[in-house]
Design a protein around this ligand. Sequence first.
Ligand SMILES: [Zn+2]
Ligand SMILES: [Zn+2]
Ligand SMILES: [Zn+2]
Length: 453
Amino acid sequence: MAGVDKEVEGIEAPRGTSGLAKDELATKVVAGMLASRIVDIKPQLDFTTELGFVYPVVEQTASVKGKEAVAIVESLTERGILRRSYFDRLLRCPRCQSINLRPSTHCPKCGSGDIARGRILEHLACNYVGVEDEFATKGKYMCPRCKLELRTVGADYVSRGVLRKCRDCSEVFGAPMLKWRCLKCSSLADEDAIQEVNVYAYTLDEGQRNWLEFELDPKVRFLEFLRHYGYKVTENARVKGRSGAEHKIDMLATRDDGIITHSIAIGVEISRENIGLERILDFDVKAYDGGIHNKVMIIIPKLGEEAEKFASHQRIKVFEPRDLETLLSGRPKAGHTGAKEPFEFKSKSQLVQYLEKQGYKVKEDAEVKGRSGATHTVDVVATKEEGIITHRIAIAMEGAESPMGLGKVFDFDDKAYDAGISDKVFIAAPGLTKEARQFAQRQGIRVFEVDRL
Ligand SMILES: [Zn+2]
Ligand SMILES: [Zn+2]
Ligand SMILES: [Zn+2]
């Protein structure tokens, strides 16, 4: 497990409940439960320990002791991974915290522990009240106060039943007062002063199983995969939408390729049942509003039929568990670090070289078939296949006598749209008019204004 922390370093600290994989000890316990090596976590009472109870499976699995084991299961409960159920209540000595306590009974009037229990008799002649033993002498009942013999029950004496009598203050009572003697520090504590501690048992919340199985293995490798391709990954990324709304995206992977910055919105949907249309729609809307056109969803266990159609129509690349395994187990292509230096246009051949150095396949004067059926010619199309996504950049190079108006930019945008290419670069010599520049920005076209082509 030592490798886990190393693998996720460099990725921004996650917020919320994710990032379990970073908690190495808790991970060991959860992994044990997922693999059914641990069925449930039950306490074992052990008076020799500080807490008075231990969780042997947690201590063994995570190599921890006492309070550390409790901290692990409690943090997992807080995260909603474990469910807690009442197991027992322990009483603690208020002075030394020991749970090694013994109950002792006391006189409710004077507090003395010197009390006798037995049948209580009352001698009606002198009103003396005492335990049967006090009266019994040589096979007869003699009153210890007036020394007369007791003869007939109901006539000269009565029985009040089995009760207790204080030997110190002579009080007769039914229920004694309960106190606790600590066997460790010998102090005697009133019942009200005793500290009570609940002890719990824990089980895995089965509703979380699919999510946990993803979190503990494929996710760590998936992040590593993205990093291999030079992406910076932010988990639970907050993305400001064009609508003004702020969206939370499970993972946002970005890489600056100099000429363009790639962003991939990655949604993770995990459930016990098939994932329905609603979840996909929600993700798609967020990505659209956030202006992110590379959309990837990790779906566990699988998409419903309707959702699948929608995802395909919206160009959302879906990875179900088997696809994800294929992606992650394949030998990754050469690594990538993104652009070393910012892109600066010098010539078309320099542009081609710049792209090729970053692993793009470059086609000049590329013919691209559009959805409309028309074939378009694009100055440069650069393609890069990364397994998770295929990046395709359309690059237009236009020159004119003076800054160009909307027309050329509009035509290029139209072509790219028809060709289904959303990474768009427009290189303009000597530049664009303000209006054209604004249009390009709105359409997500990256513009480079240069002196000459
Ligand atoms: Zn008497
Ligand atoms: Zn008493
Ligand atoms: Zn004590």
